[in-house]
Design a protein around this ligand. Structure first.
Ligand code: F6R
Length: 591
């Protein structure tokens, strides 16, 4: 959460570069923004509440060759102008932007205040420039003062600092991502994520945990944060294109990404067969296979528990990554942890990974964002190949994650090709389903539901996690109160919530549990519910029916798509921006 971006180099439009670039990181947080530009011996800071996308880039076109910018998702301190980053030292020669949480900030602040430092904000970040300033009193070299200051910080961070006296940018990483873009003829771009600088370069260095860098715009040095010892670092060429990260003709990224599911299932299934077999063997030989993830990715793992049960009768343990550490007693060196993450940066998922590694267990990561921390730290990685997902609400990543997990289950059952064929057919049927008439039909349904305050979703088997996921999608973009349940749980409490015309979405397949869930829908209808069925067949109990193809064990992948579309149109019909839901950020890099 929070995006940071800085530039230093030969160009003299650093202000516009960083404002333009940070707009591409808005998905990381969008409650306030700020910029610091180096103008000779001065640092000029401008910051405010509101979205960075609403800021006019041209305003920052001043002669300037170094600048840093920030887009915030508030952790410490409310959403105010003073709490927005950058934060500065007392002498205004140091400016800092930060992503993460400084856990010992209260103690550091108290010590600094005793030394006469005056704080203007309620943030944890503000201690950093003051701490560097204090360290510079011991020895004035900016980079070493920065390094000593970082060693006093506890918590997770990516920090980027600018100094007028040395004329350099320094950065460090512990837990939160930082990537350096190198454009030989232009300079260095330092960002939380690649889209910030993709217009300028595809040559990157990924900063590792416990690593720092110093650059004056013409060269760059990497060093160990603990010892300060310098080391060489190789750059990597990435293949991402600018077009992939743009909205194109769509009104919102969310709709673009929903529509991309016409092809992303096939892309997810396009895996190296030998690698998939190696992973299936690792699962077969593991003493305990665990799956951990957060939010939507966690729902993919829950669906996978059913895939492993039904397709291969192999037991796996699924946990929300934030709860995983409580199960560490079950981990052995022979265990396998599968983590699933679109961004590859989610703090709780990283923690789960670290716990497993401490126990000597192996980690398989299923990620979308190649080069992310989770990708780089895992023992094996499978990419879902979905391309950049920009909308905060995850859509194409979920179906890609389920496709990869299902392919692994089929491979473990010795039926890789059967699984691949099923998933490719599913992808092709989704391609047919996602036509303009289908969207219009769901848009019309959204118009009838847009004034509702509550909505419930039920599912059974792999449709149960999809009911939970449906609730997340509807809540986060439309702000309608939505809750998902295992259909059989209804009679144990939730049915008390049903009143005349309460909308209830019923996710159905064509399998041995269909009869049960239809009976549950009939029970809901008997209490006045309006039943919106999602499934391959129309059942008499449905008041409305959203048809999806009949794809057997891959039904969860199809059934969630009309709900994603419904959530999208509910948001639009209610006048909300589905790409930037309130209070959220795409990459949850704090615990
Ligand atoms: C909801 C959503 C989140 C993410 C969760 C995990 O639409 O996007 O629930 O799924 O924050 O993120 P990743 O997959 O990046 O680890």
């Amino acid at each position: 959460m929070c995006g940071i971006f800085g530039y230093i180099g030969k160009r003299t439009d650093a202000g516009t570069i960083v404002i333009d670039g940070i707009k591409n990181l808005e998905y990381r947080g969008y409650d306030s923004w700020g910029i610091a530009q180096r103008q000779g011996n001065l640092i000029i800071v401008e910051k405010n509440t509101g979205k960075i996308s609403d800021v006019d880039t041209a305003r920052f076109h001043q002669e300037c060759s170094a600048a840093i910018a920030h887009t915030r998702w508030a952790t410490h301190g409310g959403v105010t102008q003073l709490n927005a980053h950058p934060h500065t030292s007392s002498d205004m020669h140091i400016a800092v932007v930060h992503n993460g949480i400084i856990e010992n900030n209260e103690l550091l602040r108290k010590n600094l205040q005793e030394k006469g430092h005056i704080f203007l904000s309620d943030t944890d970040t503000e201690v950093i420039p003051h701490l560097i300033e204090e360290e510079q009193k011991i020895s004035s070299d900016f980079a070493s003062a920065f390094q000593r200051a970082c060693k006093k910080l506890e918590g997770r961070y990516a920090i980027l600092a600018m100094n007028t006296k040395s004329g350099s940018l320094v950065a460090a990483r512990k837990g939160s991502p930082l990537i350096v873009g190198v454009a030989k003829d232009q300079g260095y771009f330092i960002a939380s994520d690649i889209p910030a600088f993709l217009n300028y370069t595809r040559t990157v260095h990924y900063l590792d945990d416990g690593e720092m860098l110093v650059t004056d715009g013409s060269s760059i040095l990497f060093a160990d944060l603990e010892s300060g010892k310098e080391h060489p670092k190789r750059h990597i060429k990435i293949t991402r294109t600018v077009e992939e990260t743009q909205k194109g003709d769509f009104d919102h990224f969310m709709l673009k990404e929903i529509m991309e599911q016409k092809e992303t299932i096939a892309r997810a299934v396009n895996q190296n067969e030998e690698q998939i077999r190696t992973i299936a063997d690792a699962i077969k030989n593991a003493q305990g296979t665990f799956l951990a993830a957060c939010g939507t990715a966690h729902k993919a793992c829950m669906a996978a528990e059913y895939f492993f049960s039904v397709i291969v009768q192999h037991h796996v343990n699924v946990a929300s990554a934030g709860e995983f550490k409580l199960f560490h007693h079950f981990l052995k060196p022979e265990s396998l942890l599968i983590v699933v993450s679109q961004s590859g940066e989610t703090a709780d998922v990283l923690e789960a990974m670290h716990i497993a590694k401490l126990k000597g267990a192996k980690v398989l990561a299923i990620v979308n964002n190649e080069g992310s921390t989770i990708d780089r730290e895992a023992d094996f990685t499978l990419s879902i190949n979905a391309g950049p997902e920009r909308a905060v609400a995850s859509t194409k990543a979920l179906t890609g994650q389920m496709a990869v997990l299902m392919l692994i289950a089929y491979t473990l059952a010795g039926k890789l090709h059967e699984g691949k064929t099923l998933l490719l057919e599913t992808g092709s049927m989704i391609n047919d389903m996602l036509n303009p008439r289908y969207l219009e039909r769901i848009k019309a349904l959204a118009q009838t539901l847009k004034e509702e305050e509550d909505c419930y979703i039920i599912g059974k088997s792999w449709n149960f996690p999809m009911a939970l996921e449906s609730a997340i999608k509807i809540q986060e973009v439309s702000y309608i109160h939505a809750e998902g349940f295992a259909a059989a749980e209804l009679k144990h409490g939730p049915i008390a919530l049903i009143e005349e015309n309460t909308p209830c979405l019923v996710l159905v397949g064509n399998d041995e549990v269909t009869v049960d869930i239809i009976n549950n829908a009939i029970e809901l209808k008997a209490r006045g519910a309006k039943i919106i069925g999602v499934g391959p067949a129309r059942h008499a109990v449905f008041d409305e029916w959203l048809k999806v193809p009949d794809v057997g064990p891959a039904q969860a992948i199809c059934n969630i798509i009309p709900i994603q579309i419904l959530a999208y149109y509910l948001a639009v019909e209610r006048g909300k921006n589905p790409d930037l839901p309130r209070n959220l950020a795409k990459s949850v890099t704090v615990k």
